[in-house]
Design a protein around this ligand. Structure first.
Ligand code: PLP
Length: 448
């Protein structure tokens, strides 16, 4: 089988179109493709190259300034000088693993845990979000004695063999495990078309059905995983509270609730540190990553007190680079900057402004079903018809690529029809003005 399986990545550049680009770009793509391993994808119909970043801006080799409304990893801003200094200073001192006593490691764990509500009280460090989700699964399996996993329809949790087996967003050719059950994501808009008024109750019913099926097939439930803002499913944040009944159901079945905060966490939702907090419950485990080191490879798993004791007694945990001194220095700088520069509050304020501005521009568009989100996570749901809510994937691709041509970076999610606007938290009022002015230029495309 050849070609790219859809929908694996809606905003992927099609490598067969390389020769249609200018000769230098085509040459750069051919060189890249001749040395990189399989599965890499570039963004946009016309791939872009960057050599420098600052705040929410990325700069091309010729100096062109792109507004970054997509990258959540460099959350406190591209090339933030305080992160760079913290990394440089620590690199010159020491960069060993976690098998020696180190004050900075423990101090950071204490500081990180102070952002979580009880009973979340322990932190393990990894290099990637995938590793964190993988470790969460091993612990869930060991502690519950079960193997079943429930996830949402277009969820993404990572790249290891195990975690990819419960990441359906990798596409129809990426195998799911026999122990995996899929439920529909909490799409309140389309659920309402079917008469659903209580989204929490409906989610509980879906999870209950999946758990029952896992039981019938002899797997039982080890864990339910959900990204607290459903970033790969289409950005579903409201009505806040709909995840609490799911957590009750999961626990009643003897399973563990894993909140994947790799995208939602570190203040992105603008009100509190963690996306699950909007829903008024505490998960059993929380996986974190991406913005944690502003681009340095650090991620982690946070567990409730007591959970994992059996795992820890029966086996050891060591991750060569996970939690090394330099990554910890970067992560500590990120926590300090979020607090000292008021970035959570900025995410709430500027994110609200952005959604309000988009609402004004798009009010008359027959293709916009909903503008939703929290803090600096916004989804714009594009449809062919507001009555049937049929997703309009082609329109989303057009908007994403048109914006890129206008030097503004976003992407699309869900089945590909939801514009995904997820800038660094450093995205400020001036950036929002530029974003909205540029977006205003797309009125004709969107029929607004
Ligand atoms: C929600 C979610 N979980 C887990 C991961 C995996 O993280 P990583 O790429 O650091 O392995 C990602 C990455 O995109 C993600 O978005």
């Amino acid at each position: 089988m050849t070609g790219i399986a859809r929908p694996t990545m809606i905003n992927a550049f099609d490598p067969s179109a390389a020769d249609d680009l200018n000769p230098e770009t085509a040459h750069a793509i051919h060189r890249r493709n001749s040395v990189l391993g399989p599965g890499y994808r570039l963004f946009y119909e016309r791939p872009v190259e960057f050599v420098r970043g600052a705040g929410a801006h990325l700069f091309a080799p010729d100096g062109t300034d792109y507004l970054d409304a997509y990258n959540n990893v460099q959350s406190v801003g591209h090339a933030h000088p305080r992160v760079a200094a913290a990394v440089y200073e620590q690199l010159q001192l020491l960069n060993v693993h976690t098998r020696y006593l180190q004050e900075t490691l423990v101090r950071y764990a204490e500081d990180l845990l102070s952002t979580f509500p009880p009973p979340l009280a322990r932190a393990s460090f990894t290099c990637t979000g995938s590793e964190a989700n993988d470790l969460a699964f091993r612990i869930a399996k060991h502690e519950t004695g079960h193997e079943g996993v429930v996830v949402t329809r277009t969820a993404y949790h990572g790249i290891t063999d195990r975690v990819s087996s419960f990441s359906p967003s990798l596409g129809p050719r990426s195998p799911l495990g026999p122990n995996v059950r899929i439920i529909d994501a909490p799409d309140a808009l389309r659920a309402a078309l079917l008469g659903v008024t209580d989204l929490g109750g409906e989610m509980r019913r879906r999870v209950c059905e999946a758990i029952e099926d896992l039981r019938r097939h002899g797997y039982g439930l080890a864990a339910f995983y959900a990204d607290a803002v459903f970033s790969s499913d289409g950005v579903y944040t409201d009505p806040a509270g709909f995840l609490a009944p799911v957590a009750d159901e999961v626990r009643a079945a003897g399973g563990l609730y894993v909140a994947d905060e790799v995208q939602a966490g570190f203040g992105r939702t603008g009100e509190q540190w963690w996306g699950f907090q909007r829903h008024g419950f505490a998960p059993d485990m929380v996986t974190i990553g991406k913005p944690m080191g502003n681009g340095m490879p650090i991620a982690g798993l946070v567990l409730r007190e007591g959970l994992g004791d059996k795992f820890g007694a029966d086996m050891r945990y060591f991750n060569t680079f996970g939690g090394n001194a330099v990554s910890i220095a970067a992560a500590q700088a990120v926590l300090n900057i979020i607090r000292e520069e008021g970035l959570m509050e900025q995410a709430r304020r500027v994110g609200d402004r952005l959604r309000a501005g988009l609402g004004t521009i798009l009010a008359s568009s027959p293709h916009v079903a909903e503008i939703r989100g929290a803090g600096q996570f916004t989804g714009v749901d594009l449809v062919t018809d507001r009555g049937t809510l049929q997703p309009d994937v082609d329109l989303a691709a057009r908007v994403v690529n048109d914006l890129s041509e206008r030097k503004v970076l976003i992407s699309a999610t869900g089945v590909g029809n939801v514009l995904k606007i997820r800038p660094p938290l450093a995205f400020n009022d001036d950036d929002a003005d530029r974003f909205l002015e540029t977006f205003d230029g797309l009125r004709a495309v969107l029929g607004a």
